[in-house]
Design a protein around this ligand. Structure first.
Ligand code: R5P
Length: 262
């Protein structure tokens, strides 16, 4: 691997092999998501505890200070919305030239394996990989999943492996039972999305089980920024990702920090 790409990978995934990515890209299909109505305030208070930020270019340019010291994985797919008919049909929304201009450490693209539009999205991923490799930029492939699809290890292992086969350097997928199988059959590091907001203990248990199963980390959004105390929650997740904390120990960190002034 060339120095530039390796350096970017090393900035995203820390020396212990783990990463806490903070997903704040939700607005690209959800609009002003709860917790991210005013992205700047939320992002700037959480960024010191994250290893990496995952925004869109709009939020990056308008809501993130340029002197921030954190690698950025830029969302480069979209084109559909939560109220449209074809949410599982994203295309490329950002040129690699603009991603380079934004000094990103990586780019993120969603594929929709098993949907009517899987071919378009997998070809889109391949195109992004071709462009990103020219500049040594790692691609994070996100395995989006339709409402009526089975969320099991068979599906996530299939979608994750397909993403890796098409050149993704990291795969972002969802946690499921027998997650070891997803990690073991994917040839690149795997991180999990958090999904919809869960009770805090459940979110911490999910992060713990994912790490135990071999995940490189989490790329979590709503379970952090929609928590009652987002800073306390990201500290708790961080303890699981980097300090081998159990869910109970992490929960105690959450509670101890929640007592402090928000
Ligand atoms: C999904 O494709 C986007 O990247 C989401 O913004 C991301 O997965 C959300 O993270 P979470 O599910 O933890 O809110």
């Amino acid at each position: 691997m060339d120095w530039g790409k390796k350096n970017r990978m090393d900035r995203i995934i820390r020396p212990d092999g783990h990463t806490l990515m903070l997903a704040v890209d939700h607005g690209y299909f959800l609009g002003p998501t709860s917790g991210l109505e005013k992205p700047r305030k939320m992002i700037m208070q959480l960024a010191p505890y994250a290893d990496c930020l995952m925004p869109t270019r709009g939020v990056l340019r308008n809501c993130v200070d340029t002197n921030i010291d954190i690698p950025v994985v830029l969302r480069v797919s979209g084109g559909t919305s939560v109220i449209g008919k074809e949410i599982l049909h994203e295309g490329i929304t950002v040129s690699m030239k603009d991603a380079v201009r934004l000094n990103v450490a990586g780019v993120a693209f969603s594929i929709m394996v098993g949907s009517e539009y899987e071919r378009d999205t997998i070809l889109g991923l391949s195109q992004v990989v071709d462009q990103a490799e020219e500049y040594g930029i790692p691609v994070v492939a996100v395995t989006a999943v339709g409402k009526d699809m089975a969320r099991d290890d068979r599906y996530f292992a299939l979608a994750s492996r397909i993403a890796a086969e098409h050149g993704a350097s990291i795969v972002k997928t969802y946690y499921c039972d027998r997650f070891e199988r997803v990690v073991d059959t994917c040839t690149v590091p795997v991180v999990i999305a958090g999904g919809k907001k869960l009770p805090e203990m459940e979110a911490l248990e999910m992060a713990y089980k994912a790490i135990e199963a071999g995940a490189a980390g989490v790329d979590m959004g709503r379970n952090i920024f929609q928590a009652d105390n987002p800073v306390a929650m990201i500290k708790a997740v961080r303890a699981i990702v980097h300090e081998k904390a159990t869910p109970r120990e992490a929960y105690n960190i959450l509670k101890a920090n929640s007592r402090k002034k928000k």
